[in-house]
Design a protein around this ligand. Sequence first.
Ligand SMILES: *[C@@H]1O[C@H](CO)[C@@H](O)[C@H](O)[C@H]1NC(C)=O
Ligand SMILES: *[C@@H]1O[C@H](CO)[C@@H](O)[C@H](O)[C@H]1NC(C)=O
Length: 385
Amino acid sequence: MASPSGSTIMSKPTLVTVLLLLLVQINTISGCYTSIFQFGDSLADTGNLLAARNDEHSFMRNYPYGETFFKRPTGRCSDGRLIVDFIAEALGISLIPPYLRHSNQDFKQGVNFAVAGATALDIAVFEEKGVHAYTNYSLGVQLEWFKQLLPSLCALPSGCKDMLSTSLFLVGEIGGNDYNYPFLQGKSVQELRAIVPHVIDTISSTITELIDEGAVTLMVPGNLPIGCSPSYLTVLQSQNKDDYDTNGCLSWLNEFSQFHNQLLQNELNRLREVHPHATIIYADYYNVAIELYQFPNQLGFTGGALTTCCGGGGPYNYNVSAKCGYQGSTACVDPSLFVNWDGVHWTERAYNHIATGILSGPFTTPRIIIGCVSSKSHNDDHSSS
Ligand SMILES: *[C@@H]1O[C@H](CO)[C@@H](O)[C@H](O)[C@H]1NC(C)=O
Ligand SMILES: *[C@@H]1O[C@H](CO)[C@@H](O)[C@H](O)[C@H]1NC(C)=O
């Protein structure tokens, strides 16, 4: 094909830039989201478990939980804000309230259904195997809450569709506890690999139901590198050096997380074909978090990547007899120097790193760009074509 005369005016680098911009536009989802619906576990719970069950087992009700940002325990399993809080801030909306603690008029900018300890699978599955689960508010329960609440969120007949189409649905991280409970109660990796497809099926059917209800944009995070978690490093400590990678993490557990993530991504690819009008984004928590273990000092986590800030002693400062929030544990002076908060959960600063990697880094597929400006020009492009 002959080049149009215009191409002689446009220098080669400019042409390359234009092509790159076009590519970026095609693979980028930008939006001016007005609300967030969050499903998940303690990585995202902003107060549900504490509202449901405020007893001596509710470690997150105790100081120093919340000490950095809220200056009091809020029910978040960290010293401060979680990934969902940083996403809300980036959207310019208020931090979304926990479902069990608020009434419907508070839910104008979304609802948080995540519950600490929640599993993707129904807890009967674990009870059958003799595995004790800490909470029974599984993904299926959270989905029911959403369905029951929905009619009251959009009183106008046309309201629901519009409201849901401008909402960001965060489906997870969920599934981590489906593995935490059995692994930490002595089940083998072979047994655990067998339940991964069931976990993925449950996440998948939840996504399908949400799309059927009107969800248009869904972000689905994968599992974190659990082999770097001080709780696992302590409980499943090994004498065999070959069990550890160069970051000091348990390789076989990280491989397990990646196995889950691979199956999840395969399933999301399938769902994208079945629901072409929906945008299903994979958030690669694993690879953004692994940076924290590879380059802790460069990223300012000089307290150590594998040692918890708040704990009761031991090689990773994680002690099952003196967990954070209980007698015998103490918190570090500056949590922002630590990746891990209490052995199981991350510090606010580590969550901030993950949120930044998701919102402005390369860790989402397709890329998500949050902000009204890009969304507006995106819409203008459509209206003028
Ligand atoms: C979860 O367990 C609590 C107490 O054991 C019970 O009151 C509650 O109804 C259960 N919730 C679900 C959704 O099963
Ligand atoms: C763990 O906590 C218990 C109870 O406070 C304490 O007796 C024990 O010494 C601690 N273990 C380590 C390794 O510090």
